[in-house]
Design a protein around this ligand. Structure first.
Ligand SMILES: C[S@@+](CC[C@H](N)C(=O)[O-])C[C@H]1O[C@@H](n2cnc3c(N)ncnc32)[C@H](O)[C@@H]1O
Length: 151
């Protein structure tokens, strides 16, 4: 979800995944992703509106990923409902965000609510630093803690 220039697709292709579908709101980004030849399908889709999430993506995917879209100016926490719509039963939602965004954008609250409602359960959580090799900050990019989740 929010496949951007296709880095996740490329990573998955290198690890043998052949049936990878990418969606993104930006036609320009999709064009860059297409050039990587990692995706079986690429579609222009504006995420964040579960009520109009296209029916053809419902109950279809064994796993969904979100990297770099749970972020400032990107997706709000409605996208987790779309993940659940897209997944088959017992599918995996795999996503990462800055630890501070869990509270700042209420991602953490929504993740927990879905756990409490037994709509998903935590499989794995990891914590790591990103941009820790930068000697000095570049814009909003400076050493920051990230959390990655599998539900
Ligand atoms: C940092 S990039 C994601 C990188 C990507 N996951 C990769 O593997 O290369 C963020 C992407 O989110 C997309 N995006 C932001 N808001 C969106 C929305 N509401 N619906 C769909 N895509 C969105 C942007 O167009 C952009 O391509």
């Amino acid at each position: 979800m929010g496949c951007g220039t296709g880095l996740v697709g490329q990573y998955l292709k290198e690890r043998g995944f052949k049936n990878v579908v990418g969606v993104d709101a930006s036609a320009g980004m999709l064009e860059k992703a297409r050039a990587k030849e990692s995706y079986s399908e690429l579609h222009e889709l504006f995420l964040g509106k579960p009520e109009t999430f296209p029916k053809e993506y419902h109950n279809r995917f064994n796993a969904v990923t979100a990297a770099g879209i749970l972020a400032e100016g990107h997706l709000d926490n409605n996208v987790f409902d779309e993940m659940l719509l897209a997944l088959v039963d017992n599918g995996y939602a795999i996503f990462a965000t800055r630890t501070m965004y869990l509270e700042q954008y209420s991602y953490g609250q929504k993740i927990k609510e879905l756990e409490e409602q037994k709509r998903w359960k935590l499989v794995k959580e990891i914590t790591f630093d990103r941009y820790d090799q930068l000697e000095e900050a570049i814009g909003r990019f400076s050493k920051v803690e990230i959390k990655g989740f599998v539900y």
